[in-house]
Ligand binder design. Sequence first.
Ligand code: MN
Ligand code: MN
Length: 348
Amino acid sequence: MIAAGEAPLSVSPLGEADQGPPPGTGCGQRGRAGSFLACVRDVSALRWHPDDVRDRARGAFLGLALGDALGATVEFMTPGEIAAAHGVHREIVGGGWLRLRRGRVTDDTEMSLCLARSIAAAGGLDLRDVAERFAAWLRGGPADVGNTVRRGIRRYMHDGTLEAPPAVGDAGNGAVMRMLPVALATLADRERLAREAVAQGHLTHHHPLSDAACVHLGELLHLACLGGSRGRLRRHSDAFAVQVPAFRFDPYRGLATGYVVDTLQTVLHHFHRSDGFESCLVAVVNQGGDADTTGAIAGALAGAYYGSEALPARWLRRLEAPVREEVEALATGLVAASPLLQGGEGWV
Ligand code: MN
Ligand code: MN
């Protein structure tokens, strides 16, 4: 599979349209310049091994839960308040404004679990099934739920519609925080990723910036799960920031609110300059603001990129065992059913 000399890691820059996508990658014309749905047609040139992809997927879902649990302690605090209370916040200790038990996760992980369970059970993205699971979750009285998420789920419960109407107020980070299961389930099919990223997002958030963030995060997760290099991922984000300038993250403005632009800038800034999973997450959550959500998103991305062995054992021990076991099983299952592994190992 990964024999030397086979399909060398491509270093061609994103956005070149000098050759078409390789057959079978699902990359279409609309991915060409000018669209944030840019097609990274060179995924097929990445060398990957199924064991590595599974490991990265597990790392991603565990990383999401770890970032959520770590960040929840300092959610809605300023960097100065965090420094005064914790020095550098680097342990999973619970507390925070939600007064969480140590190791508890919040809506970021819980909504991701709803999506992952649904995709695993339905064998693909079934929006009505997802909406039903979101509704059941909301009825169960979650510790935390964002305003736009609550409004979107209530809309579904009221009228059964699967898409929120476009709204200027929907540019929160609630759709992007739950993107990981869709990314894992669509590995190697970027058109499906873009379609399903937006569709799941529109259940509660209908805003072009939320859509763009969902697609970009999904594409980064694809590249990371397939072993894309640091430079590859960085070039992809740089191209994204050119196509959707609102998301420019260099220079970093230091804002980490629940506005999807601030959230993604925080994640991209810290992820792309990180040298490890732990240091990435510590830097992200100490930025404060919507720290459990920036932590969850950065945790998914860094977990995919650095792999499960990079996750600190002392953090993993703090996670509640049922959550830890379920996210690992779902990550493995979603990847196994993805086009990448279902498509056979011969096409790469
Ligand atoms: Mn949360
Ligand atoms: Mn949050």
